[in-house]
Design a protein around this ligand. Structure first.
Ligand SMILES: Cc1cc2nc3c(=O)[nH]c(=O)nc-3n(C[C@H](O)[C@H](O)[C@H](O)COP(=O)(O)OP(=O)(O)OC[C@H]3O[C@@H](n4cnc5c(N)ncnc54)[C@H](O)[C@@H]3O)c2cc1C
Length: 429
């Protein structure tokens, strides 16, 4: 089999890879480019798979880009074949059909894999993970063939909550089992999490916190119940495991590329091999707010990192100002946004706003006069302003009281900042 050769090869065909392709093309209109994915479909919007499962959107509506995307950007799609080996010395990758694709520069945008705990019964029929389009299809298929009335989601993070919401939308009695004392603990603090919990419970979803699953019990090969660590038995004819995602860093580590939890990258999204880049859930970059490297498995980071990687692959010099993770998630109609560090022990000051009706909540964390994180629940329309202030590391000491009240708007910001960041230089607002 002859080896195909491209100037640029993307491994993965989702948020990070698509952003990289678009960015690459702005800097290099001609370089030959291929995108390889283990999945056989054109790129789709991963966060929408829960809406697909619930029947709220169609398969067409979850497409991430129009059908002519690959042709228009002159990208060869090699879909339905996973990369099984990376050979940095030969500058080629091997696919699962035994073919090779050679690259000038490579992007690893291969995301993460859901963690499956080592519990008895995870092999049973009716037990799923939920991170891919195919998972939504398999779950829908199972619902058509099996008698499912009660479903348990193990894990109360972003994916677990969205899965439970979809199951409740389908009329199932859904329960979330979460080991920590609150759901969405990575994104929200106690108060925000309590509001999210109320929204779920209002939608008929039962939330059990400080509870773990110790076994999945079955009958005739199908799951029938979840045994909790308290000994209690929770009837469940379907179980979705959503306890986290680990970066797909195996290809890189087997090839001798520096890996921690994710594939380590510098601020240009370059790995320890100068011709190999990584972006999105697979990557682990430096977080200036935390002062350490960490993988950040959320959509906006994947997109921004992909953009930076694509530009640098094409020879531009673009640095990722990746310190600010912004996570936006709607929970049963309740909008939430968290930005930066959302439970920072290191915060010196915390500003808080709670609307009298209890529907809106906002919390801003400050250190050295600068915002290091914020949580918005309910009213989220001003989150962009706060994010800008974090990104630009603006000292807010002089006007911090205006940040938390209802009047937060552009006019609350110092004139200099408005002029440069909001309207552009030379325009007064
Ligand atoms: C149900 C759900 C809800 C979510 N909701 C939100 C949300 O509300 N907000 C938010 O910010 N984030 C959300 N996320 C997370 C968000 O979707 C991810 O952070 C984002 O998709 C990461 O993009 P990525 O391109 O890095 O990787 P992925 O989207 O994981 O894509 C990886 C790609 O690589 C391919 N691949 C993997 N291994 C190989 C291989 N060996 N060879 C070839 N191809 C390979 C895969 O098939 C896929 O195309 C959600 C995720 C899920 C599952």
């Amino acid at each position: 089999m002859a080896t195909e050769r491209y100037d640029y090869v993307m491994v993965g065909n989702s948020t990070a890879a698509i952003a990289a392709i678009e960015s690459l093309r702005r800097h290099d209109a001609e370089g030959t480019t291929a995108v390889i994915s283990g999945e056989p479909y054109p790129a789709y919007c991963t966060p929408l798979i829960s809406y697909l499962l619930a029947g709220k959107v169609t398969e067409k509506q979850i497409n991430y880009r129009p059908a002519d995307f690959y042709a228009r950007l002159r990208v060869a799609p090699r879909l339905g074949h996973a990369v099984v080996q990376l050979r940095p010395v030969e500058k080629e990758v091997m696919l699962d059909d035994g073919s090779f694709v050679a690259y000038g520069r490579l992007l690893l945008a291969c995301g993460g894999t859901p963690v499956v705990p080592n519990l008895p019964g995870t092999h049973l029929r009716g037990v799923f993970t939920f991170t891919r389009y195919a998972d939504a299809c398999k779950i829908r298929g199972y619902l058509n063939e099996a008698q499912v009335r009660e479903a348990t989601v193990i894990g109360g993070g972003m994916i677990g909550v969205k899965a439970a919401e979809a199951l409740a939308d389908l009329g199932l009695r859904a329960t979330i089992v979460e080991l920590q004392d609150r759901i969405l603990a990575q994104a929200l603090d106690e108060q925000g999490s309590a509001m999210a919990r109320r929204a779920l419970e209002k939608a008929g979803i039962r939330v059990l916190t400080s509870r773990g699953a110790s076994a999945l019990e079955g009958q005739e090969g199908r799951v029938k119940a979840v045994r909790l660590d308290t000994g209690a038995l929770l009837p469940a004819q379907m179980v979705i495991i959503a306890i986290g995602v680990v970066p797909n860093a195996g290809l890189a580590s087997a090839a001798g590329i520096a890996v921690n939890r994710g594939v380590l990258v510098d601020d240009h999204m370059r790995t320890s091999d100068p011709d190999i880049f990584a972006a999105g859930d697979v990557a682990e970059g430096y977080d200036a707010l935390l002062g350490e490297t960490r993988p950040v498995a959320i959509w906006p980071s994947a997109y921004l990192q992909g953009q930076v990687a694509g530009a640098n692959m094409a020879g531009a010099e673009v640095a990722y100002d990746g310190s600010v993770a912004m996570n936006s998630i709607q929970i049963c109609g309740l909008p939430t946004i968290s930005v930066g560090l959302t439970a920072p022990a290191a915060a010196e000051e915390v500003l808080e706003y709670q609307s009298p009706d209890g529907q809106n909540y906002r919390r801003i964390f400050l250190r050295d006069g600068r915002i290091i994180g914020a949580i918005f629940v309910g009213e989220i329309d001003r989150a962009g302003i706060i994010t800008g202030l974090i990104r630009d590391r603006i000292n807010v000491s002089e006007f911090k009281e205006k940040l938390i009240g209802r009047e937060l708007g552009l006019l609350a910001l110092p004139k200099e900042y408005r002029r440069h960041k909001v309207m552009g230089p030379g325009i007064e607002v």
